[in-house]
Design a protein around this ligand. Structure first.
Ligand SMILES: O=P(O)(O)OC[C@H]1O[C@H](O)[C@H](O)[C@@H](O)[C@@H]1O
Length: 550
């Protein structure tokens, strides 16, 4: 595809500089602070909102930013060349300099920018081809033309993977499961006996703790279960161990003639040791340009979601992500939700010096979304050196944590309201629930109670309440944003996922980091091998190993 004139304007040389070299940063530090108690009013709630895509809205009325601060953040965006650098990512530049790789997760779902070629292969076509192959495979499984090795149709799928090969796909599956099981709008061709369109139940094995695999294996029927072994590298200890665990369990199954490998497909990169095997029922591929934590829209999420819900639902999810990617190219920060969310986060982290961010979905469907965002954000931007390997002199990625509301309210909100640290909050909510059933009780539905709690929290955090008893005093001035939509459909979910991926990307670019490697996870792996291999190791490590009887 040929680039348009506007796209051509984004090409050219870039300057990479640390945040503290950007003139707007010093100005932001000197800008007058905003008191939420002073500014929060109905007009602000109406005005401080930007549509992202697929009907998802980002409201930042309860964030401590003034017009002046937003103007400076706009300047910061321009000084750090955030949109042109995003364009470079889309165009297939080497944006993971540490590993000398392109960063192409956007290409798994979008049509932005020109084609990306690598070793004469068109990677857009490669990703699309894998998606088509997965769709064809899933349709055959659903139609019963691909059967288990004892001749029974598959009704359950188990993803075996860890980190990016687990968290995103699991969070996405859980987000849609209730909707797809119950909403007749998605019905059609279901074999699961539900009113909706879920085609297969999914389970997940990730931890090397044997109890994880044992628990899942106790809930499934080996004859009707299809396992998806997912490891981009094909070398991850936990995943290879769990593969062996599953194969061993299937081999011991009393079912006559069951062939374990014919109950397993593989998703990996073409260069991984797993790619060479032709023992799996089938294999699907990604490549090194799709980071694990950015792989939900590739074959890593595609195989699971297409099998569980059908290829059409996966395509809708991708369309939502593609819309969010397109929205993220807008240079005006007041019209670009991902960019604005990123820059307000930088303001809170670097100017207000707040060390953490809590993600609080008021939706049980998003129960594992905070866990996915922990990896996405902390593995991407938990760095102390810039993209050239030089130490940075400012804070980078915050600690991310979260739980669905209202459960979190009865757990850690005490600290959020009255603790000595201020933690910026990201609320996520939906007007409607995912299921078909709700109850009117004490003159309101459960869904109304859920959302009443959420908006009450936004106000309580921002406005506080004074009390002569210091123990009952709420200081307020605790900032939050709200991402919301009518319903968490596959498309909205895609947009929500891409919103966060793009937010994290923009923040990494502001901080001048390489957000796409994860060297910080290596040392622990090396020391684990020393312990298991009985190699020479630090005496203290040997002593700890002895404590645990290894
Ligand atoms: O997909 P795999 O190669 O098995 O990798 C699984 C995970 O393990 C690594 O340690 C990384 O920290 C993650 O980014 C990755 O997603």
């Amino acid at each position: 595809m040929e680039p348009t004139k506007e796209e051509m304007a984004l090409t050219g040389d870039r300057t990479y500089q640390n945040l503290d070299a950007a003139p707007a940063y010093a100005e932001l530090k000197n800008a007058a602070r905003v008191s939420l108690k002073d500014v929060l009013n109905p007009d602000r709630v109406a005005a401080c909102q930007v549509g992202t895509s697929a009907g998802l809205q980002y409201n930042y009325a309860a964030k401590p930013v003034s017009d002046h601060i937003l103007d400076l953040l706009q300047q910061l965006s321009e000084q750090q060349e955030l949109i042109p650098k995003y364009w470079d990512i889309l165009s297939g530049e080497t944006m993971n300099p540490g590993e000398n790789r392109k960063v192409l997760h956007h290409l798994t779902r979008g049509q932005l920018a020109a084609d990306v070629l690598h070793n004469e292969r068109n990677l857009r076509d490669f990703y699309a081809e894998q998606q088509r192959r997965i769709a064809g495979f899933a349709e055959q499984v659903h139609a019963g033309t691909i059967l288990g090795s004892t001749g029974k149709p598959f009704d359950t799928v188990v993803q075996v993977g860890i980190g990016g090969s687990d968290l995103g796909p699991r969070a996405m599956y859980l987000a849609l499961d209730t909707l797809l099981q119950n909403d007749p709008a998605y019905a059609g061709g279901t074999r699961s006996g539900t009113t909706g369109g879920r085609k297969m139940r999914a389970e997940f094995i990730s931890n090397v703790d044997p109890d994880d695999a044992v628990a899942v294996l106790s809930r499934i029927d080996p004859e009707t279960t299809l396992f998806i072994l997912v490891s981009k590298s094909g070398t991850t200890q936990e995943t290879l161990t769990n593969e062996a665990f599953v194969i061993d369990a299937l081999a011991k199954s009393p079912a006559q003639g069951l062939k374990p490998r014919k109950h397993m497909i593989c998703v990996t990169s073409e260069t991984s040791p797993l790619a060479a095997s032709d023992e799996y029922l089938d294999s699907f591929f990604i490549d090194d340009f799709i980071g694990g934590r950015y792989s939900s829209t590739s074959a890593v999420g595609g195989a699971l979601l297409s099998l569980a819900f059908g290829p059409d639902i996966f395509a809708e999810f991708l369309a939502g992500a593609a819309e969010a990617d397109t929205a993220a190219i807008e240079p005006d920060i007041r019209k670009n939700a991902a960019l604005l969310d990123a820059l307000i986060g930088v303001y809170e982290r670097n100017v207000l010096e707040l060390p953490a961010t809590a993600v609080l979905p008021y939706s049980q469907a998003l129960s594992r979304f905070p866990a996915h965002l922990q990896q996405l954000d902390m593995e991407s931007n938990g760095k102390q050196v810039n993209r050239d390997g030089e130490p940075v002199a400012y804070p980078t990625g915050p600690v991310i944590f979260g739980e669905p509301g209202t459960n979190g309210q009865h757990s850690f909100y005490q600290l959020l309201h009255q603790g000595t640290d201020i933690v910026p909050l990201q609320f996520i909510g939906f007007t409607g629930c995912q299921g078909a059933t709700d109850l009117q009780f004490q003159s309101s539905t459960s869904q109304a109670k859920l959302n009443a709690n959420m908006v009450a929290q936004i106000a309580a955090f921002a406005l506080g309440q004074s009390d002569s008893n210091p123990n009952k005093n709420f200081p307020g001035e605790r900032p939050s944003s709200l991402l919301f939509a009518d319903k968490l459909t596959p498309k909205v979910l895609g947009a929500l996922l891409a919103h966060y991926e793009n937010k994290v990307m923009f923040q990494g670019l502001v901080w001048n980091l390489n957000s796409f490697d994860q060297e910080g996870v290596q040392l622990g792996k090396v020391l684990t091998k020393q312990v298991l291999g009985g190699a020479d190791m630090h005496p203290a490590l040997a002593a700890f190993a002895k404590l645990m009887e290894i």
